[in-house]
Design a protein around this ligand. Structure first.
Ligand code: ADP
Ligand code: MG
Length: 351
């Protein structure tokens, strides 16, 4: 496994079309890092520059400390699993996995043993003689992974590998990919636009927006301390409310939000207008008169979703979206409630 490093990388397609703008990051060897962001933000272009399918307009790409910026794919020791799997329909499963090895001209017997081992590694022993059309979507996905793995690459790349699968299978396959990565100690760079997928499997997530990195960090860091409205809203859901900050000292600030006054970590912000990002599940609804309630409000919408209730509550601070466990008290539209929240799931952002 090798480290992947971008140093001030740009990719421009013709005049004015900047797909990647001055991007720098490091993926430590043996870790799984996701590139997460909305469609068109530059994820695939970034991945293709690691693979050598695109070359940077500016900056350097390093793999295992070696500058590969100008090298073709075959000289990079990197394999990629595509969204479409790109299997050859007329070849058997074994031939599909062997394909990459035959190109690299290893002796047939040795190549075949490696291909069988790779198929076993993804749980497909016994499927060697089948055609791709005789496999389920999840099994085809595993063949594509085996074909990438058999080359023993020092970096494995995935571009939205699960987007053709249904929700239940997606969850299982993402666990399999994570498991494989950890078992073999692989360096994986994984592209997705699905924030739940990114949080579930990553050591590190790099959030991209409009060709630049919006924030990078562990799943917890991104969810608990987003640095911008974009990240707060893209990684999970957040209520964004206008508020007023009054610094108490270097670390803490009093925040005025409707009739509520709360003390929160200051995050280097100056006195004045700020915004508060509030996670829907970090807000508790309590009886209207309860002394601990910070805000009072009226439930305007209530929905039962099985595991949780979703509420919309009108307050003096604005409209709040609240997710509450369905084991708790059920509220109905029109109910007067109190709202409580703490420092967890609450982040101050610039105004
Ligand atoms: P993502 O994978 O995040 O959806 P892409 O990396 O595919 O985004 O694309 C980023 C931007 O670069 C988009 O605006 C896209 O239209 C543009 N782009 C990507 N590839 C090319 C290309 N070969 N020629 C011109 N523009 C491209
Ligand atoms: Mg893409």
């Amino acid at each position: 496994a090798a480290e992947v490093r971008f140093e001030r990388v740009w990719k421009c397609f013709g005049a004015g079309a900047v797909a990647v703008r001055d991007v720098s990051f490091t993926v430590p060897a043996g870790t799984l890092c996701t590139l997460l962001g909305p469609s068109g933000c530059g994820k695939t272009t970034t991945l293709r520059m690691i693979a050598g399918l695109e070359y940077p307009s500016e900056g350097r790409v390093l793999i295992g400390g070696r500058d590969v910026s100008g090298l073709p794919p075959a000289e990079r020791d990197v394999s990629m699993v595509f969204q479409s799997y790109a299997l050859f329909p007329h070849m058997t499963v074994l031939e599909n996995v062997l394909y990459g090895l035959t190109v690299s001209r290893r002796p047939r017997r040795e190549a075949e043993a490696a291909a069988r081992a790779a198929l076993e590694g993804v749980g497909l022993a016994g499927f060697e003689a089948r055609l791709p059309s005789e496999l389920s979507g999840g099994q085809q996905q595993r063949v594509a992974v085996a074909r990438a793995l058999v080359l023993e690459p020092s970096v494995l790349l995935f571009d939205e590998p699960l987007s053709n699968l249904d929700a239940r299978l997606r969850r299982r396959m993402r666990e399999e990919i994570r498991d494989l990565q950890q078992r073999l100690g692989l360096t994986v760079v994984y592209v997705t636009h699905d924030q739940a997928e990114a949080l579930a499997i990553s050591d590190k997530v790099i959030v991209m927006n409009r060709a630049v990195i919006a924030q990078e960090g562990s799943p917890r860091e991104l969810y608990d301390a987003p640095v911008s409205e974009f990240v707060a809203g893209f990684v999970g859901e957040a209520n964004l409310l206008p508020a007023t900050l009054r610094g108490l000292d270097e670390q803490r600030a009093e925040v005025l939000l409707g009739e509520a006054r709360v003390v929160l970590p200051r995050r280097g912000l100056a006195d004045g207008a700020v915004r508060l990002a509030l996670r829907p599940e970090a807000i508790a609804l309590v009886p209207a008169g309860e002394p601990g309630a910070m805000l009072r409000g009226t439930v305007s919408k209530a929905a039962y979703l099985g595991g949780v209730f979703e509420y919309t509550v009108d307050t003096s601070a604005g409209e709040l979206f609240v997710v509450a466990p369905s084991a708790g008290v059920a509220h109905r539209a029109g109910d007067q409630v109190g709202l409580r929240f703490g420092t967890h799931g609450t982040t101050l952002l610039p105004g």
